[in-house]
Design a protein around this ligand. Structure first.
Ligand code: DP6
Length: 356
């Protein structure tokens, strides 16, 4: 952090690193201004992350946002356009100070852009944490308070729904569940205190079956839920599964965790297949990996489970104590299914970190 209060204009700067997250119960379908149609639950990851540095310099003669945006060391008009639109939407209602100054954003990911890892969750949450931190410096609010995290979650949500879960360590739930006090459609709630030890060091090895951009974006996928005849039953099912999964995370119940997580992954892709128009994001390699994981589990009794994002890559979830055995299985049977043998090893993590 820096705050220059010399003779010139006020200047503040900050930097945040925020991780990606992997949904266990999936957010799929939204309404109004980025509000979810059902509750979702995720693990916060640690390795796949975005680092974002902000600096803001007061310019009292200005009444509109001035932005400079650098991605991985260079200008990027496509990303800049998305960030500019996002900032224009949130400035007036949430960060009016932004209007009277110049904002400079420098951001980079810990993973290559075309690696098949979604970057919007880590990118939007890192930007939201940094903006909220700037606000605390300017307004004197308490940094790191639960109110700040809640606002960062809300702002992240407006950038990309799933991003709102990335501001909390270990695990988070987004979406109102009657059985869970404090849960909300507006922001996510951290579940860290409620998660059993076995899940705190869980692995998420991501099999990169294909690094290509998805043929149908998540935004288009959410929109297709509107005409999907199974949508009402799906939203009800997701809320029931979210409540059951939270109980399983609390109790360290691996069987229930695995069943719900795998059912959710396949339900997400089934919803895509029965959208109109229908589409398929899994590849042959995804299906082969799923079948091999189930076979391995039956034969060894090792609690290795899979989940899928809105894409072909397969996330392998398992407890730390089985790392060696699972690694051997992956090298022998799953690595050959991956694009150039690529696997990204991630783990459940501690959430956002302030880096300057
Ligand atoms: C399948 O958060 O990317 O990963 O709100 O339109 O930015 P937008 O969608 P996004 O959707 C993520 C969908 C998902 C499931 C999940 O993360 O819950």
């Amino acid at each position: 952090m820096s705050n220059s209060t010399g003779q010139g204009n006020l200047k503040y700067s900050t930097g945040w690193q925020c991780p990606s997250n992997i949904a266990l119960v999936k957010y799929w379908g939204k309404h109004s201004n980025q509000l979810p149609n059902n509750a979702s639950v995720s693990f916060t990851l640690s390795e796949a992350a975005t680092r974002t540095f902000l600096s803001w310099e007061e310019d009292l003669g200005s009444d509109a946002l001035k932005l400079k945006f650098i991605f991985e060391g260079r200008e990027n008009p496509a990303f800049e356009g998305r960030i500019r639109r996002f900032l224009e939407n949130i400035t007036e209602p949430y960060f009016p100070f932004l209007k009277s100054g110049h904002l400079s954003i420098e951001t980079s990911n810990s993973f290559p852009h075309s690696s098949g890892i979604a970057s919007s969750a880590s990118a939007m949450s890192a930007l939201a944490m940094a903006l909220c931190d700037l606000e605390t410096m300017i307004t004197g609010m308490t940094p790191g308070s639960s109110a700040m995290l809640r606002k960062a979650s809300l702002i992240s949500r407006l950038g990309s729904g799933s991003a709102c879960r990335s501001v909390y360590q270990t695990a988070a739930i987004w979406g109102e569940l009657p059985s869970l006090a404090g849960s909300s459609d507006e922001w996510a709630l951290g579940l860290s205190q409620e998660v059993h030890q076995v899940f705190r060091s869980f692995h998420d090895d991501i099999l990169i079956i294909s690094p290509e951009e998805k043929s149908v974006s998540s935004s288009a996928g959410h929109a297709l839920m509107e005409g999907n005849p199974y949508a009402p039953a799906r939203y009800k099912q997701a809320n029931e599964r979210a409540a059951k999964l939270i109980a399983a995370l609390h109790d360290g119940d691996l069987d229930t965790f695995g069943k719900i997580t795998e059912d959710e992954a396949l339900t997400l892709h089934a919803l895509m297949m029965c959208s109109d128009p229908s589409y398929i994001l899994m590849k042959e390699g995804s299906l082969s990996a799923i079948n091999l994981v189930r076979q391995f589990r039956t034969e060894t009794g090792i609690p290795l489970y899979f989940t899928l994002d809105a894409g072909p890559n397969v996330h392998l979830l398992y407890p730390d104590e089985y790392e060696e055995k699972v690694s051997r299985f992956i090298s022998s049977f799953l690595k050959p299914l991956c694009h150039e043998g690529r696997i990204i090893k991630d783990k459940v993590g501690d959430g956002p970190v302030k880096i300057s």
